[in-house]
Design a protein around this ligand. Structure first.
Ligand code: ADP
Ligand code: MG
Length: 267
């Protein structure tokens, strides 16, 4: 059964999409079967995977609103080595349309049901808000990866996100957990970075990934070529950091699987 991870933070520009694309490519490079779900109407993950968002016959929008079958929306990112459910501006309309639909928070979870067994990892790129699309992402997920920049205001938004995750796990998706916090655009020369980093360690302990993603120009350039950094420049610091993150994500999944096997053996 594949693990579904939502990449979420209601702040924009913290590295959600960059993380989604590069983690997907890194997991795929280690022979995992990966699906990326673009849940942001900006379609940045779609474009960054080398798929033209202005030329989509079917997308996540059609899927969520019941206008197409899963396989009609599914595409392959050759540059990334993973499959993708792409998105574009049409998805903005889903927000409004879903309001009148039954089980509106669970549309994505339902749509992904048959896919879960076909992938090792399904990564969901959430939009920069706590709207119905993000709620769909969180209801569909087993875990949330929270990318954040180590700056003063980063901590402010975090409690709203953590509260939302707790509310969804108590009402709609009991298996939802914070999978990990990821420090992005990390600059150890900045003393504020180190302060915020220390605060995160004391609040979140081992939920904080040991891997940090450095500020790296290759990570910013690669999407304009429709590629993950691993394809664009596999020796770049950015590409290497995301490979390390993939290793950590896989290790955590294995530990969690072991722990739950032990727990059920003791039942
Ligand atoms: P979000 O999806 O959270 O809005 P993005 O992943 O789109 O954030 O990142 C915002 C901007 O910062 C993009 O232009 C992206 O290329 C750039 N960026 C993200 N991570 C890094 C990094 N580690 N180093 C340099 N630039 C980065
Ligand atoms: Mg984004």
């Amino acid at each position: 059964m594949g693990k579904v991870l939502a990449i979420a933070n209601q702040k924009g520009g913290v590295g959600k999409t960059t993380t989604c694309i590069n983690l997907a490519a890194s997991l795929a490079a280690t022979k995992r079967k990966v699906l990326l779900v673009d849940l942001d109407p900006q379609g940045n993950a779609t474009m960054g995977s080398g798929i033209d968002k202005s030329d989509l016959e079917n997308s996540v929008y059609e899927l969520l609103t019941g206008r197409c079958e899963l396989k009609q929306a599914l595409q392959r990112s050759e540059n990334g080595g993973y499959d993708i459910l792409p998105a574009n501006g049409d998805l903005t309309a889903a927000e409004v349309e879903l309001l009148d639909v039954k089980m509106k928070e669970s549309r994505l979870r339902y749509a992904l049901t048959t896919l879960r067994s076909q992938y090792d990892y399904i990564l969901i790129d959430c939009p920069p808000s706590l709207n119905m699309l993000t709620v769909n992402g969180l209801v569909a997920a087993d875990g949330v990866i929270i990318p954040m920049q180590c700056e003063y205001y980063a901590l402010e938004g975090l409690s709203a996100l953590v509260n939302t995750i707790q509310r969804i796990s108590s009402v709609l998706n009991p298996s939802l957990q914070i999978e990990g916090l990821l420090r992005t655009m990390y600059d150890p020369r900045n003393s504020l970075t180190l302060d915020v980093s220390a605060q995160l360690t004391s609040h979140f302990g081992d939920k904080l990934y040991q891997t940090v993603i450095p500020r790296n120009v290759r990570l910013a350039e690669a999407p304009s070529f429709g590629m993950p950094a691993l394809t664009y420049d596999k020796q770049s610091r950015g590409a290497v950091a995301y490979l390390a993150l993939a290793g950590e994500v896989v290790r955590r999944s294995k530990q969690a699987a072991k722990a739950s096997a032990l727990a059920s053996a003791n039942d």
